[in-house]
Design a binder for this molecule. Structure first.
Ligand code: IMP
Ligand code: MG
Length: 178
């Protein structure tokens, strides 16, 4: 598995340091707001688990599962595979994503959830690839800005593999051009 990685972008330690910083900011910004963290599966699962343990406010969490991606290119169409299990009307929402790429997924989700009248919607992403943005959407909290390369690890996959790598790395081009 590790042979398929061209370069490590962020080590386990670097990720932990940034996630702690973002967690501290959220703690300060959401004091007494009882936010609900909504993780976008599956890519969010490791980031969300680490982030939550760095947030020291009363809060709840829920998950959605969406698909918008095949291999390394977005299909552009978003479908909801799992919806929320709790109502969100009047709640402060923090959407937790692995990576904000074209922005199509989060833009769709934001509009989809807005209809349920939450008090606010905030976006927390592990990574941001601003050079590839197509939708008019930005991250309120982002741990890392990344160049236009396909990255895997720490929850992110290529065809459902590599999510368990403890670091974030660039996948060798030969792996997906095969
Ligand atoms: P967007 O709709 O183009 O912003 O894409 C969002 C989704 O595409 C993310 O939640 C990821 O699951 C996936 N994605 C985008 N870029 C990468 C990448 O470099 N590696 C792995 N998954 C990616
Ligand atoms: Mg993915």
């Amino acid at each position: 598995m590790e042979n398929d990685i061209q370069e490590i972008l962020f080590s386990r330690e670097e990720i932990y340091r940034r996630v702690s910083e973002i967690g501290a900011q959220i703690t300060e910004d959401f004091k007494d707001k009882d936010p609900v963290f909504i993780g976008v599966l599956k890519g969010c699962f490791i980031f969300m688990a680490d982030l939550m343990r760095c947030v020291n406010v009363k809060c709840s969490m829920d998950f959605m599962a969406v698909s918008s991606y095949r291999g390394t290119t977005s299909t552009g169409a978003v479908s909801i595979n799992k919806d929320l299990s709790e109502p969100i009307e009047g709640r402060h929402i923090i959407l937790v994503e692995d990576i904000l790429d074209s922005g199509v997924t989060l833009n769709y989700l934001k509009n989809y959830l807005q209809v349920r009248k939450p008090a606010s919607i905030t976006i927390a992403t592990l990574m941001d690839k601003p050079s590839r943005r197509k939708a008019d959407i930005y991250a309120d909290y982002s741990c890392f800005e990344v160049p236009d390369a396909f990255v895997v690890g720490y929850g992110l996959d290529y065809n459902q593999r590599y999510r368990n790598l403890p670091y974030i790395g660039v996948l060798k081009e030969e792996v997906y051009s095969k």
